[in-house]
Design a protein around this ligand. Structure first.
Ligand code: FAD
Length: 472
């Protein structure tokens, strides 16, 4: 029996329940679709530039990994609701399998496709694997979801997650004529045909204006090795990222102060279960470091829990009174924030690290986000969208949830009056200027004049907050 496995955000071959089950049933053919949203807005959010680069590279490795198992990987571009049924019909598969996704617009699409396929007589199975906690399985007494992290964490962190699944056995080759006819059906013959790299070198934007155009992937590529093989090496060496985590995770200059699996999780090169097991079984870290790290892994779970329960999380504030927040609309302020020319070194260094590497340390993400939304009073959407375009780990849960958290409109947000002071943050977390030295995009003596005063802008933010409370 032939099964079609539809890969999406799960670009791996081990601990892949859909692939394992499909191989247990017989032989497999796989597909990955560069999806566009349909007229109703269903489907995944269109990928940003850095994400497209990562996906392209990661798919090249997956293609090879699957090919080593005798499994052809097809590529397609367009609306999944059209492509998947067509492909299933033309291949004459017995069943379809995929890993579940949890962003509301993707979930809705998947369930629509499932209904269509089932009506056409196909057997469709969706599998877990991208999360440790299925969002609908955790609820407090008297409610259907958690709004605060700690109770969520207490409720779910002790749950069994089961063993990670091994890579399935290779299969005997499929009939080449069948594979060719499927390729003809998708009309995209190879990975390059997806055009994921087209347009990722914008050559525009404020950074390009300030520092000359270039292709994002040229710089990002020197910092990362996408794909399951490099991911497996990272998993082996996870202890290095966990070691010292409880004390140094806020130090942005230290490349190993955090463990950096975020893009692996985003594309599913590693499953959270593989990471959890690796963290639990490594003997070379202290219990405190291990516990602190695992807790953070569950923050990702919590973001998905919220995203599942708040379908509009990427634009609607969870705390609805924030609809009345008097954000300003200042294109110049936004441009200076994006280009790292605010005159505040920690903010500017962070924005440069993001541009150069497609990643920014969490502490600096918080500082830059606070600066944009509070000191500059720009809407968190603007920052969220810039991060969406530039982060290699940009995901539909962690990004909006974290932005809402910093902006104060999130479920479990920090109290509004806690406005990060970028100068004090710099003294605390980068006292020797090691991070600034690495990333500041201008010579210190050529620093731009600060875009706003910190005391005044903090006061303005608090007044804006008071205004919002008064009108709400
Ligand atoms: P580590 O510190 O080594 O942690 C291991 C893993 O735990 C991470 O890979 C991540 O999956 C999870 N994790 C750690 N901290 C957090 C956190 N605060 N919230 C949620 N999960 C966490 N993370 C993304 O994966 N994608 C995003 O698009 C994203 N956008 C963000 C935007 C803002 C404004 C802020 C403040 C944070 C954002 N984060 C995002 C969360 C966090 O910054 C990153 O997950 C983390 O920096 C990734 O680095 P790491 O893999 O070395 O993390």
């Amino acid at each position: 029996d032939l099964t079609l496995v539809w890969f999406r955000d799960d670009l791996r071959v081990s601990d892949h329940a859909a692939l394992t089950a499909a191989r247990a049933d017989g032989r497999v053919i796989a597909v990955w679709i560069r999806e566009v949203r349909d007229d109703e807005g269903l489907g995944p959010r269109p990928m940003g530039g850095a994400s497209r680069w990562w996906a392209h590279e990661s798919l090249a490795v997956l293609h090879q990994e699957l090919s080593d198992l005798g499994i052809p990987l097809l590529f397609a571009a367009g609306e999944a609701a059209v492509i998947i049924p067509q492909l299933a019909g033309s291949l004459g598969v017995g069943a379809l399998r995929w890993s579940r996704r949890y962003a509301p617009a993707s979930r809705a699409l998947d369930s629509q496709i499932k209904t269509v396929l089932s009506d056409q007589g196909f057997v469709v199975h969706s599998h877990g694997g991208s999360l440790l906690v299925e969002p609908w399985t955790a609820a407090p007494q008297g409610g259907d979801h958690y709004k605060v992290f700690t109770p969520f964490w207490k409720a779910v962190s002790g749950r069994e997650v089961g063993d990670a699944l091994p890579t399935p056995q290779p299969q005997s080759p499929l009939d080449p004529a069948l594979v060719e006819s499927a390729r003809a059906c998708t009309a995209v013959t190879d990975l390059d045909g997806l055009g994921l790299l087209d347009g990722t070198g914008t050559g525009s934007g404020e950074f390009a204006a300030a520092r000359g155009p270039r292709w994002w992937q040229d710089t990002i590529a020197s910092h990362w090795s996408p794909g399951t093989r490099a991911a497996a090496a990272q998993l082996e060496d996870l202890a290095a990222g966990i070691d010292g985590y409880s004390t140094t995770r806020d130090v942005p200059s230290d490349a190993q102060s955090t463990s950096r699996p975020s893009p692996r999780l985003r594309y599913g090169e590693l499953s959270p279960r593989q990471l959890l097991h690796a963290a639990r079984t490594t003997t070379s870290v202290t219990p405190d470091d291990r516990a602190a790290w695992i807790r953070q892994l569950y923050w990702r779970e919590f973001s998905w829990h919220l995203t599942y329960h708040y379908p509009d999380i990427d634009y609607a504030p969870i705390r609805s009174e924030f609809r009345n927040f008097p954000y300003e609309d200042d294109a110049d302020a936004l441009a200076r924030w994006r280009s790292g020319t605010t005159g505040y070194p920690l903010v500017d260094a962070g924005m440069a690290q993001l541009w150069e590497t497609g990643w920014m340390h969490n502490r600096v993400r918080m500082v830059t986000a606070s600066f944009l939304t509070k000191n500059l009073l720009q809407h968190w959407w603007c920052g969220e969208q810039w991060f969406w375009d530039t982060l290699v780990d940009a995901d539909e849960a962690n990004n909006p949830v974290s932005w809402q958290w910093v902006a104060g409109s999130g479920a479990d947000a920090a109290p509004y009056f806690r406005v990060f002071n970028p100068e004090r943050q710099r003294e605390r977390f980068d006292p020797d200027d090691a991070y600034i030295d690495d990333w500041l995009p201008y010579a210190p003596e050529a620093a731009p004049a600060p875009i706003v005063g910190l005391a005044d802008s903090r006061q303005a933010a608090l007044s804006a907050y008071d205004h919002m409370k008064n009108v709400s």
